[in-house]
Design a binder for this molecule. Structure first.
Ligand code: SF4
Ligand code: SF4
Length: 141
């Protein structure tokens, strides 16, 4: 294509971009933004380490922790959701709303740490003289 044809196309080809606030529809397979359920979160921070775009931040405290998510930094890859063992994270196809300033969509949750589940008591050892295993049926007499 010579330069004149290119110029002609650029001048008369019409707009190739959408005018704000219009935006293209989400592509097929779009996973959507991440939702957080503080009730199911144990504060393990695995999601933070799996998120390479730093959309998730985690700050541990003594009796609580702070978890935050910024859809404006999210690539919607789903790695955090896949890595959460307690299913505290989920995704739906909802597209984040339009935003004009950085971190405008950020959600911050402060979650109280849950008390660890009590450990089961260890089994008591058999008393002296007590046969730990029952005699086998039809054994020696
Ligand atoms: S959301 Fe899941 S992976 Fe992230 S801190 Fe909570 S339990 Fe861990
Ligand atoms: S979906 Fe991907 S980019 Fe978005 S918060 Fe999870 S790991 Fe990070």
């Amino acid at each position: 294509m010579n330069i004149l044809t290119m110029l002609w196309k650029n001048l008369w080809g019409g707009s190739q971009t959408l005018v704000f606030p219009a935006r293209p529809a989400e592509g097929k397979g779009f996973r959507g933004q991440v939702h957080f359920n503080p009730e199911q979160c144990t504060g393990c921070a695995i999601c933070k380490f799996r998120c390479t775009s730093r959309a998730i931040e985690f700050k541990g405290g003594k009796g609580e922790f702070t978890w935050s998510y910024d859809p404006g930094q999210c690539t919607f890859c789903g790695r955090c959701v896949e890595g959460c063992k307690t299913h505290a994270l989920s995704q739906d196809a909802e597209c984040p709303p339009l935003y004009l300033t950085i971190h405008e969509l950020k959600n911050v949750y402060t979650v109280a740490r849950k008390a660890p589940a009590p450990r089961p008591a260890p089994a008591a050892p058999p008393a002296a003289g007590e046969n730990a295993e029952p005699p086998a049926a039809g054994g020696a007499q």
